[in-house]
Design a protein around this ligand. Sequence first.
Ligand SMILES: *Cc1c(COP(=O)(O)O)cnc(C)c1O
Length: 347
Amino acid sequence: MAATETLSRPAGRIDFDRFPRVALCHQPTPIEAMPRLSAHLGGPDLFIKRDDCTGLATGGNKTRKLEFLVGEAIAAKADMLVTQGAVQSNHVRQTAAAAAKVGMKCHVLLERRVPDRAEAYEATGNVLLDDIFGATREFRPAGLDMNAEAEAVTEKLCSEGHRPYFIPGGGSNPTGALGYANCAQEIMDQSAASGQKFDWLVMGTGSTGTQAGLVAGFHAIGHDLPVMGVSVRQPRERQMNAVHGLTNRTLEKLGAGELPLSKILVDDGYVGEGYGMPADSTLEAIHLTAQQEGVLLDPVYSAKGMAGMIGMIRQGFFKPTDKVLFLHTGGATALFAYQDQILNSRS
Ligand SMILES: *Cc1c(COP(=O)(O)O)cnc(C)c1O
């Protein structure tokens, strides 16, 4: 009987109206087929969810998280957003734009996390846009606890009479992850409307809020579309534990139970030398996706995610009949900060 299956997991829709929220995001973002890339790889049917088209400041995945985070900041009567990220952080750029849109100030801490970058790295791409949005910034050397640094700065700003609201790196806490629980529901709505049933969802995973929100969201609405996170930074075990922790904290916020670690899927075979350092497979994914589908990926996250999907196809991981959805999390603005490496790798 189907009833046992429904009993074992909470089903239905998530009511997002109970959380403070501000509209920042173009949504639903389109789901498009990638027939040329599928044929080129001789792989399963490939699709792409265009969260690079969320609209705010050239788009990207942080915009969905910021709808709920900035919602809380407004509810707390804040007049300033404070956050942190790597120098070429897409999260910082989207936060700076969100602050401008709701009339708040924005102060950011940028970690010099990526070694040996070209001069352009600290001037162009996301850094240029942070400036245009009027964010103020300070730099930090690599390897500090950046959330602790940013919280200390938040306290200092508070003592100076500002009303700052602190957003953790990547917007990855249960509030931010709500944005991706919402995306999970959006994907299922689109799937129901189009009749396209997906077997896998693949994306790059970093600060974990995107994957955790998706896994929590699918669970809360009674679907278990497997979500494969391709690590951009950490070894598998550490990334799995981090995603798992935030998944369960997000489920708690949603009042939707909890999930075992075995539901968290991570592949760490595409990190290369580390965060912000494109591997050969990253650069190949950028060229291939651009030339087969006219879609721009970024060298830090989405191209590592795509390299993971390409690698899994080549290893025969998917069934030929599978429908695989790639989540494009944005970030192409950072391409300009990596122009030397990208030009040198052109095939
Ligand atoms: C932040 C980011 C990611 C990773 O999302 P997390 O929620 O931090 O795991 C992926 N792609 C892009 C372009 C990003 O900026």
